[in-house]
Design a protein around this ligand. Sequence first.
Ligand SMILES: [Zn+2]
Length: 574
Amino acid sequence: MAVKGKPDIAGISLRMEAIWTDAEERIILDIIRQIKKAGKITSTADYQINRLVEMGKSTEEVERILKEALGATWPEMFELYDEAAEWQYVRNKDVYEQVNGEFIPPEENEWLQQTSDAVKEQTKDELENLSRSYGFSVMMGARRVFMPFATYYQRYVDTAIMDIISGGFDYNSVIRRVVTQMTNSGLRFVDYATGYSSRADVAARRSILTGVAQITAEVNERNAEELGTDYFEVDWHPAARPDHQAWQGKVYSREELHSVCGLGSKTGLCGINCRHVYYPFVPGVSERMYTDEWLEEQNRKEAETKEWHGKKLNAYEQTQQQRKMETAMRAQREKVRGFQEAGVDNDEITIAKCKYQAQLDEYKQFSKKMGLPEQRERIYQDMRGRVAPSKETYRKYTKEMIRNADRDSREFRKYKNILGDDAGSLAQFRQMKYNEPEKWEQLKNKKDETLKQMSNSMMTNLKGALSDREVRIWYKAQDERIPEKIDKKLPIEQQARRAFELRNEYRTQARELMRNQKARAELDREHPNPTFEQILEHKKRKYGLSDEEAYKDIIRSSGTTNKKYDKIAGVEKG
Ligand SMILES: [Zn+2]
């Protein structure tokens, strides 16, 4: 079939022709599949047959194609057709009664012309921009390949847009198909010359939605102009976001499309992620698709809530929750792959996989409870392949282990920094912590004892990693060794100054080790290290000591820690 295009963009016309032919083929295959399955012409098949005729196929041609594909005899075909013609809701009886046997030449096919013009209008700018940009590349598996836009990504998106606006297919099945195509081809990322990079599936989804909305709007404008109407009917779909739910399914003037439905704004009708479309409506002639009663009934049904983890969710909130879970699972899949690429401990990868499996289980449960179909393609669209663990592996980890996975991995790194190889493997560590209480107690004690013996120079990897209790254990052990570190041959004042310096040094080092650096900042502010003179003055005044006595007391007390703080930190008197 030839589509006459304006000669200035001949390239697009050629592409258009190929796209139309492809779209027809897919519609035909889908009609055949449905008739074979149902044994009759279904409502959807009827709609698609009408579309084929509108696209320029003659009714005879359609009949012949169906007969051949179905392997039917003529009497069988007549029966199939008669049944459809008598059907109450048939869209156009003529199609099945061979009244209009004429083929409409493309140049006289208004619908086809309109749509093609609108497509050309819409893709012109983008196509020129992108074909000029040398920076367009796609990821084919692990390889980056530079590709002419028009032959690859564009092909997917174009056919998708045409499938939707030809009316042959619905949004969801088309987007699902495109994402699968991309998955199979290994196309993962789309880079624009601007340096902006987007995941291929996300980019495709966005281009398709935007493309369809813009082309539909274009066609509608033309139709409305021809029909001489200023009114439009907005369509309806389930679980629309609340502000769209308020105006969907009704008739509006052109002005109201903007003022009521927010047409032209990012959050309004035909804005970002909006799936609503609108059609010209002739008051007094057109019949409304949805009655007010029906719309009210739907709103009432959609306001009904179902409970999930103590929260009451209405229809919109249910789908939002489902999207949120899908996003979380995609993030978890990315995390697993990130772990694998970074070569982290195997057990960390395994438990991350188990967390993903637990999320999947919850998703399944949620969808079932809400009565929503699972949309797993939204999870798998990242083309990361299988991430879920084997059943046997999954059984090894409890819910608690999965929930605490990141924290436990961090804790293990700390143990490893203190105990070295004695800490064992991460897998053993995790099992011990949750399933072997005696061994776990032993390991903890060993860690504490080793910690006491560590000098500051061995602890570079532990800065900002220790609990208050661990910091206190270390600090106390250091302080207790101060007296034995003092050279007793020195004059008593020198000894006191040395002890005091060590005490300050350990205090600062201990604060460095604290995991809670916010609390540390407060400590530095509220309790800064004192000067020697301050402490000397304090001792003399408070206890009435002489210089000599005060020096001795500084040496003595440098080896003891404040009992009150020991207790707060959970360190018993040792
Ligand atoms: Zn919307």
